[in-house]
Design a protein around this ligand. Structure first.
Ligand SMILES: Nc1nc2c(c(=O)[nH]1)N[C@H]1C(S)=C(S)[C@@H](COP(=O)(O)OP(=O)(O)OC[C@H]3O[C@@H](n4cnc5c(=O)[nH]c(N)nc54)[C@H](O)[C@@H]3O)O[C@H]1N2
Ligand SMILES: Nc1nc2c(c(=O)[nH]1)N[C@H]1C(S)=C(S)[C@@H](COP(=O)(O)OP(=O)(O)OC[C@H]3O[C@@H](n4cnc5c(=O)[nH]c(N)nc54)[C@H](O)[C@@H]3O)O[C@H]1N2
Ligand code: SF4
Ligand SMILES: [Mo]
Length: 888
């Protein structure tokens, strides 16, 4: 099962699979919770997944995405060979070409004419090698990462307050807190295992939970308070809280006097304009609700304030981070058990990237570009050409590409044509750039269609290295499958290019452990306590010890001694003011907020392969408050066009009273590969925070309009090959054995029929409703089915999808239901047990269920991974309300 390797330095045999039946302990491919996984291969590219009971991040739990990782390890859509243009090339040829084009460009235009755009989904070892090549050998700092879009405001906030990018919290703090405040975090969907941990603490010791988010998300279900604040008003809220605490005499002056630098005039600034009423007005909150929050905060000194993209992804993200940290510093709620500001990270290795220095604004190992740092790292690397100043941050980097200032670009493990703001301009820049290299695991992405060279990277389950999670725990990702085709680890690809650029000895790595040791040594090199990040005790471990390395947390309990890594040893409070909040503009009366779905990961290159994960939300929705929808003549299930000053895209309308009026929400996951619409990246503005360069993804002026179509329908086809359908609306999801397309359009729908596979056709027509049903059957098996209607209803897709696996299928399939067919289950809520909304509602009503465990006992729902428990709680509340209303 091992692969012969091209090029001069072979890949170590260590990366070969562990073999069928043997359980390998690794770390989840997805979010920054960093759950441990026990993976047991059960066949070729098949694996059984369990939570690792011994991993400190999850102790055996997994969410829906982690649980269903096994469905995503097939080879469907994988990039298996290096490609130059559309032609397959040998590794030698592809690597030589990349090295030559980068060298030539640097020789002609200087080191700043090239760039790398990398990702928090690289392993620390991959990241380290890329950073070293760019900053020490090419001599530019034009390496930035998608963490710019994700964590950079938190990084900037930490640096400003603490003098180093250290997250001063761990998950254990959530167990010990008396109050957890979630700010701009849909934890139930995006960090579900952390959310379950908070719920467990609530059940065990009555921890209070407050959610601060303009939307009422599932995270708010059962919370003690939800503050649906005006978007972008978080600084006012935190300043108001701090002003009120000061007024009540609740500032911990014993702590601030010894450990905090408070800027001149700080308290005077807070003393005016931050009273309860003014704050409530700025935040558009009920003053009584706000006061309950203040009082709850005052009453529970053990507070963890956990925040993510609602805080970071703002044009004032860094100030928002510091406004939160200010409150914690002023009240001494830091460095003590159960008390901390906690920036929770998104990607599996966002933290590892920060540790090696993968952001253009840091150098390496938590060092910035101060001259002595540059000299020190230069010595350590024996570097011929050190970068001496920060490089371009992601949005500026792509602007420079568009302007022709950057002429060679290497993108690794990220999909900027989808995920950067103003993605239309990003695509134009990629198209214009003279040389674009993309390292990815899948063959076709919205980014890789612009690549001159595509390099096949090793994927999760094949990769070998380390990641760091939100709480600074480093754990191993270990391979349990052979590298497919000619795929290679990212570190191997980068070091091969470096060697071909002429730096052979500095990049003579044969094993990720060698890179790890070098990285660990650099963190300790002439550190002498000046940086918290210091991995000296892991710098000399042998390869076997690296392979066996247990999860460990660096930095211990930071700041427990009240000392901070600033020159004075004190933390810094910062005077931050609320940005002016603009009233809606005439042409753009709405505000667009963007974010994530529970069961999809980013641009769906992995989660999109799992039929079970597809069923939670099959289409890209625009969530609209019913009052706004009524004013625009929109009904649930309509199609609507969302436009902004940046662009336009179409979405399916979902009415939601969890939205504030005037605000709409769209998901980030859909791409040209799966859909004709739902392209959120085209809509966001490229406006960034002045300190961090992080885009303000959560707030864009927008307008909404109904999109009329003459017909709607769906198509189900066997097999994995995507089909491009010539109609206005088409979205594809993976189903067992094939794909389901939801479609809508104008004119004659007959052209869609041409996209059905070949075979024996059976048809039924209902002229009155303008309905056509076509099935294609080959040897008694269904290979395709198309239902289109102008005025009629469409049947449930479930039974037809099931027919892909059936034998002896005949014309009766057009009835779209079997003898004694089950009623429609409704949208899938519990993916583990495949339980739908309609089933849950019926069970609650018929069996008079009163709580979530009762639903679990009746239907199984919510009893495995638990990701749907917040949804069950909400459905339960709604049904009870309806039953009571009906009884009145
Ligand atoms: N299922 C799933 N999980 C994921 C990911 C995924 O793609 N899918 N991605 C991972 C990654 S990389 C990341 S970064 C994290 C992101 O995790 P989160 O930050 O939890 O997710 P988002 O949905 O981006 O945004 C969080 C919330 O911020 C709110 N918000 C918007 N504006 C404001 C505001 O002005 N103030 C406040 N207080 N809140 C506001 C939004 O309404 C939204 O509910 O998730 C990680 N986990
Ligand atoms: N409007 C809006 N935009 C956003 C956000 C938002 O909330 N709103 N959130 C932002 C945030 S926080 C983030 S993190 C980004 C995420 O955005 P992206 O990073 O663009 O999204 P992914 O789909 O995770 O892209 C990862 C790519 O790497 C590939 N890949 C996976 N594993 C490997 C590997 O080991 N090696 C290599 N070489 N390739 C691999 C995948 O196939 C995929 O193509 O989106 C950002 N964009
Ligand atoms: S919470 Fe879910 S997605 Fe995140 S690491 Fe754990 S299992 Fe993976
Ligand atoms: Mo992220």
């Amino acid at each position: 099962m091992t692969n012969p390797l091209p090029g001069p330095s072979p890949l170590p045999s260590r990366a070969s699979p562990e073999g069928e039946g043997r359980t390998v302990r690794t770390t989840c491919a997805y979010c920054g919770v960093g759950c441990g996984i026990a993976a047991t291969p059960t066949g070729a590219r098949e694996v059984a997944i369990r939570g690792d009971d011994a991993h400190p991040a999850n102790r055996g739990s997994l969410c829906s995405k982690g649980t269903h990782l096994g469905e995503t390890v097939g080879l469907s859509g994988r990039l298996l060979h290096p490609m130059i243009g559309e032609r397959r090339a040998s590794w030698d040829k592809a690597l030589d070409l990349v090295a030559k084009r980068f060298k030539d460009t640097i020789a002609r235009h200087g080191p700043d004419s090239v760039a790398f755009y990398v990702s928090g989904q690289l392993l620390t070892e991959d990241y380290y090698v890329a950073n070293k090549l760019m900053k020490g050998f090419i001599g530019s700092a034009n390496i930035d990462t998608n963490s710019r879009l994700c964590m950079s405001s938190a990084v900037a906030g930490h640096n400003r307050a603490f003098g180093e990018d250290v997250v001063p919290a761990s998950y254990a703090d959530l167990d010990e807190a008396d109050l957890v405040v979630l700010v701009g975090s849909n934890t139930a969907w995006c960090h579900p295992v952390v959310y379950q941990r908070i719920q467990a603490a609530r059940a065990a010791r009555g921890t209070r939970l407050v959610v601060i988010d303009p939307r009422r998300t599932e995270t708010c279900e059962g919370a003690d308070l939800h503050l649906p604040l005006r978007p972008g008003s978080d600084v006012a809220l935190m300043n108001g809280l701090l002003a009120w605490l000061a007024e009540q005499g609740l500032v911990d002056t014993a702590f601030t006097d010894r450990h905090v630098e408070v800027p001149e005039g700080f308290w005077e600034h807070l003393a005016t304009g931050h009273d309860l009423w003014t704050t409530a007005a700025t935040c558009d909150l009920d003053p009584a609700l706000l006061r309950r929050f203040y009082e709850m905060f005052a009453a529970h000194p053990r507070t963890v304030t956990l925040f993510s993209q609602g805080v970071n992804q703002s044009i004032r993200g860094t100030d928002q981070v510091n406004a939160i940290i200010n409150v914690h510093l002023a009240t001494g709620r830091i460095g003590r058990p159960g008390a901390a500001p906690f920036s929770i990270t998104g990607q599996p290795n966002a933290m590892g990237g920060r540790e090696v220095g993968g952001l253009a604004s840091t150098l390496a190992a938590h060092m910035d570009f101060a001259p002595d740092n540059v000299a020190r790292v230069g010595r350590f690397w024996a570097a011929p050409a050190m970068a001496t100043k920060p490089g371009l941050k992601a949005v500026d980097l792509f602007r420079a590409i568009g302007e022709g200032r950057i002429k060679a670009l290497w993108i690794m493990a990220t999909n900027p044509a989808v995920s950067l703001p103003d993605a239309g301009t990003v695509r134009a820049a990629l198209e214009k750039c003279p040389f674009v290299v993309v390292s990815d695991v899948v063959a076709n992405t919205d980014t890789s269609v612009h690549a001159d060279v595509r390099l096949p990277a090793a994927a999760w389950g094949e990769k070998d290295g380390t990641v760091t999670n939100s709480e600074r725990t480093v754990s191993r990702q270990r391979p349990f499958m052979a590298l497919p085709g000619e795929a290679r680890p990212d570190w191997w690809i980068v070091k091969e290019v470096a060697r071909r650029m002429g730096w052979r000895s500095a990049f003579a790595y044969d094993h990720p452990a060698e890179i790890w040791r070098e990285h660990a040594r650099l963190t300790a090199y002439q550190n002498e306590g000046s940086r918290v990040l210091d991995l000296h005790d892991k710098a000399a471990i042998g390869n076997a010890a690296y392979d066996a390395m247990e999860p460990f947390r660096w930095g211990g309990a930071p700041f427990a001694d009240g000392r901070f890594p600033t020159p004075s040893g004190r933390a810094r409070m910062l005077r931050v003011g609320q940005m002016e909040l603009q009233a809606p503009l005439a042409d753009w009366p709405l505000t667009l907020n963007t974010g994530r779905y529970r069961d999809q990961w980013h641009t769906m290159t992995r989660t999109g392969l799992a039929p079970k994960l597809a069923r939670h939300r099959e289409e890209p929705l625009v969530e609209v408050h019913p009052a706004d929808a009524a004013a625009l003549g929109l009904a649930d299930g309509d199609l609507a066009s969302v436009s902004t000053p940046q662009g336009q895209s179409t979405f399916r309308v979902m009415l939601s009273d969890g939205q504030r009026p005037g605000e709409i929400f769209t998901p980030i996951h859909w791409t040209d590969q799966v859909s004709t619409g739902g392209r959120t990246g085209l809509l966001s503005r490229p406006l960034v925070d002045p300190h961090s360069g992080q885009p303000g993804f959560k707030s864009t002026p927008a307008a909404l309009a109904r999109v009329e179509t003459e017909w709607k329908g769906f198509m189900i086809v066997r097999g994995e090959e995507p089909v491009r359908l010539p109609c206005l609306w088409s979205t594809r999801v993976t189903v067992p054995g094939g794909a389901l397309y939801e479609i809508a359009g104008n004119g004659d729908a007959a052209r869609i029929e041409g996209c059905l596979p070949a075979g024996e056709r059976v048809e039924a027509v209902d002229l009155a409703r303008g309905t056509r049903r076509v099935a294609v059957i080959v040897a008694g098996r269904l290979v395709g089915v198309l239902f289109v209607t102008r005025t009629g209803l469409l049947p449930s897709r479930d039974w037809l999808i099931g027919q892909l696996a059936a034998e002896g299928v005949g014309a009766s399939v057009l009835a779209a239901r079997g003898p004694g067919a089950q009623p429609d289950k409704g949208a899938t809520v519990c993916v583990c047990f495949d339980v739908g909304l309609n089933q849950i509602v019926a069970a609650i009503r018929d069996q008079r269920l009163v709580d979530v465990p009762a639903i679990g006992a009746a239907l199984g729902a919510g009893t495995n991974c638990g990701s749907c428990r917040p949804a069950l709680a909400r459905i339960l509340a709604q049904v009870h309300e309806e039953v009571l209303d009906a009884a009145e």
